[in-house]
Design a protein. Structure first.
Length: 274
């Protein structure tokens, strides 16, 4: 039987001894330069996934990741918000949710100063400055900075509108606009402008409205220097610099640079008034 290597620290040829030292001892990895415990670092650095879910077979590098994943099968949500009662499977998502109530926004953009409660929102926001658009439509080639934007765009080609209002039956391709529409039935406008007292249904509408009281235009075109208050205004403007016409009519195949032009054109087919 092959004997394990002798432990350099304790001088014993023991598997248990070797394991206890290797799990606690820190080292400087030549590949990453990080000083971490050997066992945990080895798994993270070299992609070893030794913890396997018995339900779906998905594997993880760390036990805590497996434990959190298993809750997606059991439905267990141990982290509950005291403010609204919403529960979460993981503590990181719970902490990020709590910031919605406290208003804490620790992740700040160094370019424009805009702050976010979630680090993922900051990463996505940074693409408005860099111009990075990693998500591309396979049908028309149009690229987007966010995955959700691409998913919503694809529905323009398919005509799919999966989000249906239970009150009036109106359907939407985008969940964001669907949620906004649902709130119109309640009539409640909890977000009030401190400058003019105008009230809004959503906080995002209030934020956009607040820009009308300032001259700030943080979204600038890299080609001509024109600046805009809103990212969607910049996106619409950028199309004027290209010959791209991603919005195509399914009935006559006429194409347009912007969605509103396509929608206006579609009324010619439906007989609606302009």
């Amino acid at each position: 039987m092959e004997k394990p290597d002798k432990c350099q620290d304790a001088g014993r040829a023991s598997k248990r001894c070797m394991k206890s030292h290797s799990s606690k001892q820190s080292l400087d990895c030549k590949k990453s330069g990080k000083a971490l415990t050997f066992q945990g670092h080895k798994r993270g650095q070299y992609g070893q996934k030794i913890y396997v879910c018995d339900v779906c077979g998905k594997s993880f590098s760390y036990y805590c990741q497996l434990k959190r994943h298993v809750r997606t099968h059991t439905g267990e949500k141990p982290y509950k918000c005291k403010e609204c009662g919403k529960a979460f499977t993981g503590i990181s998502h719970f902490r990020e949710h709590v910031r919605m109530h406290t208003g804490e926004k620790p992740y700040e953009c160094k370019q424009c100063g805009k702050a976010f409660s979630w680090c993922t929102y900051l990463r996505e926001h940074m693409r408005t400055h860099s111009g990075e658009k990693p998500y591309e439509c396979k049908q028309c080639g149009k690229a987007f900075p966010y995955l959700k934007s691409l998913q919503g765009h694809v529905r323009i080609h398919t005509g799919e509108k999966p989000y249906v209002c239970n009150d009036c039956g109106k359907s939407y391709s985008c969940p964001k606009y669907f949620r906004k529409h649902v709130k119109t039935h309640s009539g409640v406008k909890p977000y009030e402008c401190t400058e003019c007292r105008k009230a809004f249904i959503t906080s995002s509408s209030l934020r956009e409205h607040m820009k009308t009281h300032s001259e700030e235009k943080p979204y600038q075109c890299q080609q001509c220097g024109k600046a805009f208050r809103y990212p969607r205004s910049l996106q619409g403007h950028m199309i004027t610099h290209s010959e791209e016409k991603p919005y195509e009519c399914q009935q006559c195949e006429k194409a347009y640079r912007c969605l509103i032009s396509l929608q206006r054109h579609m009324k010619m087919h439906t007989g609606e008034n302009f």
